[in-house]
Design a protein around this ligand. Sequence first.
Ligand code: NDP
Length: 295
Amino acid sequence: MRVTFVGLGAIGWPMAMHLAQRHELTVYNRTTARATDFARRYPARVADTPRQAADGSDVVVTCLPTSREVEALLDGANGLLAGLRRGAMLLDCTSGDPASSRRIAGRLAEKGIAFADAPVSGGTNGAEAGTLTVMVGADESTFQRAVPILQAFGQRIQHMGPVGTGHAMKAVNNALLAANILAVGEGLAALVKAGVPARTAVDVLNASSGRSFVSESLVPERVLTGAWPRTFRLALLDKDVAIACDLLKDTGVAGDIIATSGKLLAEVRAALGEEADYLEAIRWIERRAAVEIRG
Ligand code: NDP
C-alpha cells in the first residue's frame, strides 16, 4: 500500500517506523528536519507539503496534537484535501474530539474519501513495541479497510462505533488516567508525610485494592526513581480531559470528578508549561506538599 504519515512527534515517529517496514511510506512533518532525519533511518520519501504527501497515497495517517491541527492541514492549495484522491482513506490517530471528526468525515465523504478516528493508547513504549491499543470510530467497511494498516503498530484494534466514538473512548480513558495520577500523587504525598516510606506505601498499594496502572507501572518507574522522562506532554493530557468534560456535558452526565481533575490539570499546565511531561503533575503535588515520593 502507498501510505502517508503526517506528524512525526513523540508517538507518531515510532508508529511511522512500523509503517515504513510494511508499506511504501511518505512522511510529512511541519519541521522538515525531523522528516529528513526519519527518512535517513527508515525507508521513506519526504514530502514538502501536505498536498504532496497525500498525492498518490491510498491511506493517509495523521497524528497531530489536536483535531484543530488536523482540520487546518486539510485546507488550502497545499492542504491534504488537494492531494487526496477519490477512494483514498484518512485515518486520524490524533487524540482528537468527536465533533471535529464528524465534521471532517462529512467533508471527506463529499469527495469520496473514507475517514476513521483511530486514537491510540500504550504510550511511546507501546508504539515502539507495536503493541498499541487502537480505538476506531468508523463505519464497518472503513474499519475493515483500516485494520491491516493499523496492525503495523496496534495489537488490539477495536471498532468502537461510528465516527467520533474512537475519540470519545480515548478521552474518557485519559480522563481516568489523569484523575488517577492526581489521586495517587495526593495519597502517596500524605503517606510519606505521615512517616510511611514511599516504596513500602507503593508496594502495599499494589498488593491491595487501590492499585492501578499508575501505581503499578508509572510511579515505580518514574516517581520513586525520580527519572521523569518526557514521553507525553501534560498539555495533551489536559486537552484530553477537556474533551471528556465536553462529552459528559453533551451526554447529560454530571461529571464532578473528571471536571475537578481537569481544573487541577489546567492549573498544573499553567504552572509547568507546554513541554512538561504528564507525570510531572505528581512533582507539582510534591512541591505543594513540600515532600518527595522517592524510594
Ligand atoms: P508531540 O507534541 O510530540 O508531536 C506533535 C506533532 O504534531 C509533531 O510532529 C508536530 O510537528 C506536529 N504539529 C504540531 N502542530 C502542528 C501544526 N500546527 N501543523 C502541522 N503539524 C503540527 O505529540 P505526540 O506525538 O506526543 O502526540 C500526538 C497525538 O497522539 C496527540 O493527540 C496525543 O494526545 C496522542 N497520544 C500521545 C501519546 C504519547 O505517549 N506521546 C500516547 C497516546 C496518544 P513539529 O515537529 O513541527 O513540532
